[in-house]
Design a protein around this ligand. Structure first.
Ligand code: ZN
Ligand code: ZN
Length: 310
C-alpha cells in the first residue's frame, strides 16, 4: 500500500557495543487487568524496552511505561526513542504518567504511522488535555520530536536498523524489526491472521531468522472461532496457533507470546503453556518483567524459561 522508502533520522552515530536486551514492562492487551488472578503474567498494557548498546528504544506506551519512566528519571538515559505499533488506547494510555515528559533535559523522539489519519502527536494532544487530565502539552518540559513513518520504511538510528511492515488490525498496525550487532528482535502486535489461510508473507519476511520475536497471541482457536463465547474474527488479534505458524515458518529462534487477553488468568496461561507449548522450550508466554539478552540467546539451553530479571 504505502511506498517503501528509507528514512535516515539526524541522530548522530553512537558507539556500538553490546548488550542487546529486551524487557517487557507490559504484556496485557486491551485494558489493564490488575488482580490476584493476573499478577503472575502482569496486568499492565503493552510496553517493551529495547536497548541496543547505549541506545534506548521503547515500543508503545501502555501502562507499563509508567514504571520504566520512574527508572529513567532516576538513572537515565535521557534520550528515548518510541516506536509506536499504533495508537489504540492500550498502547498509549500510560503516557500521561511517563514522568520524563515533565523533566527538562530529556529528549524524547516518537515515531508512528498515521492511524486512522492521526499521528502520535495528535494522540498525545488528546491525552494531555482537560478535562480528562490536568497536565497539558504546553506544560511538558522534555524536548519532544515527532516523526511519521509508513509501513515498509527502514529507519536507521546510528548502528541500529529498524525495519517495518504492516499488520492486519483495525486501522492497521506496524511491526518492528530491530537489527543490531548481527542480531535481530521483532515485535508484532496487534495482528490478526484468519485461520486456515495462507501465511502473512509480509510478516514472515520481517520475522525471518529473527533471534527473538514477540507476537500477538490473544486467543485460543476455540475463542477465535466462537466455539467459546462470541467469535473474535475481525477483532484484530491473533491466536497461539497462528503466531507459532508464522514464527516457525520464519525460523524464529525464540518466540515470545504476548498481548494477553485481559480476562485470561494466570492459571489459564499456565495451562496453555503446559498443553499447547509442550515440547517447545523455544517458546515462552511472556510475563511482565521478563527480560532477554538477544545477543546471548544461544547461551544455555533454557534461556527463555529462566529469563534474567533486571
Ligand atoms: Zn492492543
Ligand atoms: Zn489495537
Amino acid at each position: 500500500m504505502s511506498k517503501k522508502n528509507t528514512i535516515l533520522p539526524s541522530t548522530a552515530s553512537q558507539p556500538s557495543g553490546l548488550p542487546f536486551t529486551v524487557k517487557y514492562w507490559g504484556t496485557r492487551g486491551s485494558i489493564p487487568s490488575p488482580g490476584p488472578d493476573t499478577v503472575g503474567y502482569g496486568g499492565n498494557t503493552t510496553c517493551v524496552e529495547v536497548r541496543c548498546g547505549d541506545q534506548l528504544f521503547v515500543i508503545d506506551g501502555g501502562t507499563g511505561v509508567r514504571l520504566l519512566g520512574e527508572l529513567l528519571n532516576a538513572n537515565g538515559p535521557t534520550k528515548v526513542t518510541f516506536l509506536m505499533s499504533h495508537l489504540h488506547m492500550d498502547h498509549v494510555m500510560g503516557f500521561p504518567f511517563f514522568a520524563p515528559f515533565l523533566r527538562p533535559g530529556f529528549q524524547i523522539e516518537l515515531w508512528s504511522a498515521l492511524h486512522h489519519g492521526h499521528s502520535i502527536k495528535d494522540t498525545l494532544g488528546q491525552l494531555f488535555a482537560q478535562p480528562t487530565f490536568p497536565v497539558t502539552m504546553a506544560m511538558l518540559q522534555a524536548d519532544l520530536g515527532f516523526h511519521v513513518l509508513q509501513a515498509g520504511d527502514t529507519l536507521k538510528f546510528g548502528d541500529v536498523v529498524v525495519k517495518t511492515t504492516i499488520l492486519r488490525h483495525p486501522g492497521d498496525a506496524i511491526a518492528y524489526r530491530l537489527e543490531y550487532a548481527g542480531r535481530a528482535f521483532c515485535h508484532c502486535t496487534d495482528w490478526e491472521h484468519p485461520a486456515h489461510t495462507e501465511l502473512d508473507k509480509g510478516l514472515v519476511d520481517l520475522l525471518r531468522d529473527t533471534d527473538v520475536a514477540s507476537i500477538d497471541a490473544t486467543y485460543t482457536d476455540d475463542e477465535y472461532e466462537g466455539r467459546v463465547g462470541p467469535s473474535r474474527r475481525g477483532w484484530g488479534h491473533g491466536t497461539f496457533a497462528a503466531a507459532l505458524r508464522h514464527t516457525d515458518a520464519a525460523r524464529v529462534k525464540r518466540t515470545i507470546l504476548t498481548h494477553h487477553d485481559p480476562r485470561r488468568t494466570d492459571a489459564e496461561l499456565d495451562g496453555i503453556a503446559r498443553t499447547l507449548l509442550a515440547g517447545r522450550p523455544d517458546v515462552r508466554i511472556v510475563k511482565e518483567g521478563d527480560s532477554f539478552d538477544v545477543a546471548r540467546i544461544d547461551e544455555g539451553s533454557n534461556a527463555l524459561t529462566a529469563p534474567k530479571r533486571v
